[in-house]
Design a protein around this ligand. Structure first.
Ligand code: S3P
Length: 431
């Protein structure tokens, strides 16, 4: 349960490590030569799922409870063992799709599964291209859903035009491409996050990109890469939206990854008239990082479409909340991918914000919000989707009356979310 809207919010937040970079730092170091230390990885259910799958494949990962750093003993490109058991990817799309790519290159039998949400999410998007490269790979319901069974090896290089802008699909094919018999190219309708490419280049792989296409050469080995994981802009996003919408707020968020393939929300905030400053720009582990300051803002509606969509895909539910506090109408379109996330996020946004008094309607490829409709507290159910749980938590601090959030699942990406929200609401600095 969350109390009423606080009068004033002054907070200094250090968001947890980036989820996408944390997964990749474990996975790529697992197939590198040598060992690596990863500082401040995201310690959440999703990243733990990747670590546990890699351990089951024979990778030494030293990650004790509450530790600030993780040690990965790379097994080299061809050193993974066959797992004795099914690989449990939990709720994590990144874990199952990236591992499917990697294991398609290995001549071992692998079975990948996940929770009830993951078993409903589309897997043909990775199964089809990997099978064309020569992997023996099957999934439930006509090769469309997990569990996925793979017997990999002997991959042929190819050029693949993905129908969706998806870093998970792109990364799966690139990982397979590391082991293929020539150059593999992935082309997307719009460029998705490029963390895999950045990390692979730093680890010595032959990779070049042009616009929304990327080409990888087969590798003889990858060098282990020690790095410090920057803060996750997707976990900064709830604070950015809270600060912009609350009438008396100033929030500093430190050490946030500002990779341009992830900063769509910053562009949307600027377009809507929000007061956001980007300070102290620097680089860690091949990724740009900055501190962000957000203040109470006068917002106006906007349209989000095209190449902006993959750059803000996980933040679009929060854009609906921003839009509730903006003048006029906000339209989010070209975002049909929202329907196949951890839950159907178009349905969830309409249901959760609608219950709180927002005027939101669904489109096939997004939603429309009519702004300046005051929000009121309500009992809402995030149905196990962490981004919807956090959306409801932030909406609660902007609404009149109390809000209860069920099945928030914040442990998937931001285990300390409620603690920090409570501290921010009580006016204390969060750290
Ligand atoms: C991710 C890619 C995105 C994003 C997800 C993390 C990644 O998914 O929504 O939270 O780490 O590659 P898609 O690749 O399905 O768009």
């Amino acid at each position: 349960m969350i109390a009423n809207r606080p009068e004033r919010i002054r907070a200094r937040i250090q968001v947890p490590g980036d989820k996408s970079i944390s997964h990749r730092s474990l996975l790529l170091n697992a197939i590198a030569s040598g060992s690596a230390t990863i500082e401040r990885p995201l310690d959440s259910a999703d990243v733990r799922a990747t670590a546990n799958c890699l351990r089951a494949l024979g990778v030494g990962i030293d990650w004790t409870e509450g530790a600030e750093q993780v040690r990965v003993e790379g097994r080299g490109l061809h050193g993974l063992f066959e797992s004795e058991d099914v690989l449990d990817c939990g709720n994590s799309g990144t874990t199952i799709r990236l591992l499917t790519g990697l294991l398609s290159a290995h001549p071992i039998l692998s079975i990948l599964n996940g929770d009830a949400s993951l078993r409903t999410r589309p897997m043909a998007r990775v199964i089809a291209p990997l099978r064309e490269m020569g992997a023996h790979i099957h999934g439930r319901t006509g090769d469309t859903l997990a569990p996925i069974v793979i017997k990999g090896g002997g991959l042929r290089a190819r050029e693949y035009a993905s129908p969706v802008a998806s870093a998970q699909v792109k990364s799966a094919v690139l990982l397979a491409g590391l082991y293929a018999d020539g150059e593999t190219t992935v082309r997307e309708p719009a460029k998705s996050r490029d963390h895999t490419e950045r990390m692979l280049i730093t680890m010595g792989a032959g990779l070049r990109g042009e616009g929304a296409a990327v080409t990888i050469s087969p590798a003889a080995q990858l060098e282990a890469l020690s790095l410090r994981v920057p803060g996750d802009i997707s976990s900064a996003a709830p604070w950015l939206v809270l600060g912009a919408c609350h009438p008396d707020a100033e929030i500093l968020i430190e050490g946030v990854n500002t990779n341009p393939t992830r900063t769509g929300l910053l562009d949307i905030l600027q377009e809507m008239g929000a007061k956001v400053e980007v300070l102290e720009e620097r680089t860690t582990g091949g990724e740009p990082v900055a501190d962000l300051v957000v203040r109470s803002s006068e917002l106006k509606g906007t349209t989000v479409s095209g190449e902006l969509v993959p750059r803000a895909i996980d933040e679009l539910p929060l854009v609906a909340l921003l839009a509730c506090f903006a003048d006029g109408e906000t339209v989010v379109k070209d975002a049909a991918e929202l329907v196949v996330k951890e839950s159907n996020r178009v349905e969830a946004v309409v249901r959760v914000l609608g219950a709180m008094g927002a005027r939101v309607t669904a489109r096939d490829d997004g939603f429309v919000v009519h702004g300046r409709q005051p929000l009121r507290g309500a009992s809402v159910d995030a149905r196990g989707d962490h981004r919807i749980g956090m959306l409801a938590g932030i909406a609660a601090l902007l609404a009149d009356g109390e809000t209860r959030v069920a099945n928030d699942a914040v442990e998937v990406s931001y285990p300390t979310f409620w603690e920090e929200l409570r501290e921010a609401a009580e006016g204390a600095a969060a750290r």
